[in-house]
Design a binder for this molecule. Structure first.
Ligand code: FES
Length: 105
């Protein structure tokens, strides 16, 4: 199990447990985290699971894969630390990872 810390644009935060092998998006949706809508269900086609990986975690998570990078190019407000949370698989070494939820468009 790994804990995921979701921080909203207003600074409020919630922490949820995720199981290794599921995605951070799955954890967010299972727990009703606002702002992670995941309309394509993890198909890497909608970008509504966009999040900013906490800077201290980005190297450990790694850069987007090719298809993901293509989608992120069109995401408003994209940053260097942007990822589609459906493409981040929870691992034990990501315990405590911080994901900043983008402000609504
Ligand atoms: Fe659609 Fe992640 S859930 S791209």
């Amino acid at each position: 199990m790994a804990t995921i810390v979701f921080i909203q644009p207003d600074g409020s935060r919630e922490t949820h447990a995720g199981m290794p092998g599921q995605s951070i998006m799955d954890c967010a949706v299972d727990n009703g985290v606002p702002g992670i809508r995941a309309q394509c269900g993890g198909g890497c086609t909608c970008s509504t699971c966009h999040g900013f990986v906490g800077a201290a975690w980005f190297d450990r998570v790694g850069a987007p894969v090719d298809d993901e990078a293509d989608i992120l190019e069109f995401v408003p407000g994209r940053r260097f630390t942007s990822r589609l949370t459906c493409q981040i698989v929870i691992r034990e070494d990501l315990d405590g990872i911080v994901i900043h939820v983008p402000a609504p468009e």
